[in-house]
Design a protein around this ligand. Sequence first.
Ligand SMILES: [Zn+2]
Ligand SMILES: [Zn+2]
Length: 99
Amino acid sequence: MQLAKHKRIRDRKAIQAARKNYCEYCGAYADIEPHHVFTVGAGGGDVSYNLVQLCTRCHIGVHAGKIEREELLAIIAKREGMTEEETYRMNRRAMGYNV
Ligand SMILES: [Zn+2]
Ligand SMILES: [Zn+2]
């Protein structure tokens, strides 16, 4: 038997730690789970630099392609004290890419 390649355990603690009661994009009240900038399906991690708190409205906007990933990475970079480039690379590395 082979283990599923993308089987992963979600890090609830990291998700809870990244949770805020306001949207990091627009500042509105937020009560949903933080958004994964690099989706879990694509291998994105439950790590602070891949999570951004959004309100329901912005969350829908992101998934509808109205808010660019780069904008979210910029918000995270600022919060984490990293450059956007570093934030991008950290995420790609966490996903197993050699960058
Ligand atoms: Zn918002
Ligand atoms: Zn999302």
